[in-house]
Ligand binder design. Structure first.
Ligand SMILES: C[S@@+](CC[C@H](N)C(=O)[O-])C[C@H]1O[C@@H](n2cnc3c(N)ncnc32)[C@H](O)[C@@H]1O
Length: 233
């Protein structure tokens, strides 16, 4: 797989078999900052005023969302427990060609790349603030006792991987989110909105990253079911 340069000068990977990029071709860095950092993490932290946060990502890929989250949490002295599910982990060699080292402190980049292989099999505390685990599994096989404050849903688009966006997958993923927790993704469709509402979320059309008008942000209501049952409506 090869890196290509996106609209804002940052790089992303092109997956020829899937026929899609790992990030927006309008700007990988901008998309990650806007959709996941600003609309997900920062929105949650402003709403809840917490000193620690647990993030679950679906589709860890290159680790860009993790790196920016680790940088933000470190700068703001917020404890981070990050779990990035990934069925097809990239090699360390590939990650090192991303150019993402320039977007975070040297210390964060070095602890990430040093611990990446280990994090694929166990939880690793990278430093005082940041812990990382990258469960090497398909999303539907993922199980944990943990629950999370924010979900970064960063699957390939529904046209390429419809099974990642169906009711069963969304119900499975969102059962790990705490009430009041925030689910963000770069896309928004009628089906997605219906599924999330039926799962007990309040939904919001938020402004999208450059190149996309809108994206979905959903907050888990305290009355939502927590057993991963398929939505009935
Ligand atoms: C859009 S890319 C994610 C980009 C990533 N967040 C990043 O910053 O590089 C989608 C990711 O989902 C992964 N994936 C595909 N099918 C999966 C599945 N069934 N379970 C978990 N991950 C899957 C792909 O390998 C890919 O890394």
């Amino acid at each position: 797989m090869d890196f290509v340069t996106t609209g804002d000068g940052s790089k992303t990977l092109y997956h020829a078999d899937v026929g899609e990029h790992y990030h927006s071709k309008h700007g990988a860095l901008q998309e990650s900052q806007h959709v996941f950092l600003k609309s997900g993490l920062q929105f949650f932290l402003e709403k809840e005023d917490k000193s620690s946060v647990a993030v679950l990502e679906v589709g860890f890929g290159t680790g860009l969302n993790f790196l920016l989250t680790a940088e933000y949490c470190t700068q703001h002295s917020i404890g981070l427990d990050y779990c990035g599910i990934e069925a097809y982990p990239l090699s360390l060699d590939t990650l090192e060609q991303s150019g993402y080292a320039t977007y975070v402190q040297d210390k964060i980049w070095k602890t990430f790349t040093h611990n990446y292989p280990k994090a694929l099999s166990e939880y690793v505390q990278l430093d005082y603030f940041v812990g990382l685990q990258i469960p090497h599994t398909k999303v539907l096989d993922f199980e944990t006792e943990k629950s999370f404050d924010v979900i970064y849903f960063d699957a390939f688009a529904a046209v390429h991987q419809p099974e990642m966006w169906n009711d069963a997958t969304l119900a499975h993923v969102t059962k790990f989110l705490k009430p009041g927790g925030v689910f963000v993704t770069y896309a928004i469709t009628g089906n997605l909105k219906r599924s999330m509402k039926a799962l007990g979320f309040s939904i919001e059309k938020a402004p999208g990253a450059p190149g996309k008008r809108e994206m979905l942000r959903a907050v888990k209501l305290h009355t939502a079911r927590h057993d991963g049952a398929k939505p009935s409506g």
